[in-house]
Design a protein around this ligand. Structure first.
Ligand SMILES: N#Cc1ccccc1-c1cc(NCCCN2CCCCC2)c2ccccc2n1
Length: 195
């Protein structure tokens, strides 16, 4: 338990624009609906630096809207701050193409992609990722951090239907985003019930 007395979970995927923002939003809505969201620190991040500063993918935003999951609310409320490990983009605004796409779909959000930091391995109780590539990268990174205490696991390990991998939908379709949503919903429900 952190000094704040809160439980904490960081959802992680490759770019922090597709799977992990969906998992963060779904978990936060479930915790809110259960009346326990104030007991949790909830965030998401990327293993890569591909999309730092960019908003969630428009297909994921559209999927969240279809399911009535307030991604914008979650991002504004729970992303206390976000930042990059590098100084490459200091002062830059989010990628114009991503913001233009969101405006086209009438969807605004304040979540911006960030990369996992060494501090995350010391300050989050759980780091839940999507596939074996994320898992091996996170385990490699955690071994480099002296006081790492985070439990690094696959979010899919909580799936009652035992689908342990949540596949990257980046080159996929709206159906692929729907499958990401369904898997995140099952896994986040089971994870919340366990904690
Ligand atoms: N990589 C891979 C990959 C492999 C299989 C399936 C999906 C992806 C894939 C590709 C992406 N961006 C395109 C390539 C980025 N550049 C790669 C070389 C370095 C400079 C950056 C993604 C971006 C955001 C979230 C998920 C992504 N996932």
């Amino acid at each position: 338990m952190a000094a704040t007395g809160k439980k904490s979970v960081l959802f992680v995927c490759l770019g922090n624009i597709c799977r992990s923002p969906i998992a963060e939003a779904v978990f936060s809505k479930m915790a809110t609906d259960s009346g326990v969201v104030d007991k949790w620190r909830i965030d998401s991040a990327a293993t890569s630096n591909y999309e730092i500063g960019n908003p969630p993918d428009h297909r994921g935003q559209a999927c969240m809207k279809r399911h009535g999951v307030p991604m914008q609310h979650v991002a504004r409320k729970w992303v206390i701050d976000s930042g990059a490990t590098s100084d490459w983009n200091i002062g830059s605004s989010p990628d114009a193409r991503g913001l233009a796409c969101l405006r086209k779909h009438g969807v605004e959000t304040s979540h911006r992609a960030r990369q996992v930091t060494n501090d995350d391995f010391m300050s989050f109780e759980y780091i839940l990722c999507m596939d074996d590539s994320n898992l091996s990268e996170l385990n490699r990174r955690s071994n480099l951090v002296k006081n790492n205490s985070a439990k690094v696991e696959l979010l899919g390990s909580y799936d009652p239907q035992n689908q342990r991998i949540i596949k990257d939908p980046y080159y996929g379709s709206d159906e692929d985003f729907e499958k990401v949503y369904e898997q995140c919903a099952r896994c986040c429900k089971a994870f919340l019930e366990k904690n």
